[in-house]
Design a protein around this ligand. Structure first.
Ligand code: GLN
Length: 201
């Protein structure tokens, strides 16, 4: 199995490290591909869009000719996991907490509305234990860094975890999106969940 990480900017190597650990823990023969070129999209069974800066990631994906093709592949069923800025890349509707609705290049594949920099200056970054029933009883340490929040979901997009009334982890068919950074908590359970879903397909 090959999982691609969109590798322009952001937490690329942290995700690679976590994927490799998750493969080992699951006993799965897996490989990681750092995706920059459109041709690489044909070689992967799933894709992770890392956190970082969504405008930068979107612009580079557009410039490299990856944005539209990747969007089409995800709409056709390619499993995808977006974390933080990567979750912003998934959303059909993006707002900024200060400047309102914004136009930026995104994949626009998930029926959610997301608000960038939702937690504002006072709480730019924080860590908190999250309850994620899909992962079992043990809480998952959520690392939030200038995080967005998923404020609306429709058409079968569902929350898998919430914090203070907003969604921090959501799913719609083949797409997962987290507003926190699972690659930074040392907990491989979400990467394993993504891999296990790929195996079942
Ligand atoms: N605030 C960033 C953005 O809007 C996301 C932050 C992150 O990925 N850690 O793109």
């Amino acid at each position: 199995m090959r999982i691609g990480i969109l590798a322009y900017q952001g937490g690329i190597y942290e995700h690679e490290y976590m994927l490799r650990r998750a493969f080992t823990e699951l006993g799965v023969n897996g490989d990681v591909i750092l995706v920059k070129k459109p041709s690489q999209l044909r070689e992967i069974d799933g894709v992770i869009i890392p956190g970082g800066e969504s405008t930068t990631i979107g612009r580079l994906a557009e410039r490299f000719g990856v944005l539209d093709l990747l969007g089409d592949l995800i709409r056709e069923g390619l499993p995808a996991f977006g974390t933080c800025a990567g979750a912003i890349m998934m959303a059909k509707k993006v707002r900024d907490s200060v400047i309102g609705e914004i136009q930026q290049p995104v994949l626009g594949v998930m029926d959610v509305e997301i608000v960038r920099n939702y937690y504002g200056r006072q709480r730019e970054s924080f860590e908190i234990d999250l309850s994620i029933p899909a992962l079992g009883e043990e809480p998952f340490r959520g690392v939030f860094i200038r995080a967005p929040a998923i404020v609306k979901l429709w058409n079968g997009a569902v929350p898998l975890a919430k914090l203070e009334g907003v969604t921090v982890l959501a799913r719609q068919k083949n797409i997962l999106a987290s507003t926190f950074h699972p690659e930074l908590s040392g907990d491989t359970r979400l990467h394993k969940l993504f891999i296990e879903e790929l195996i079942r397909r």
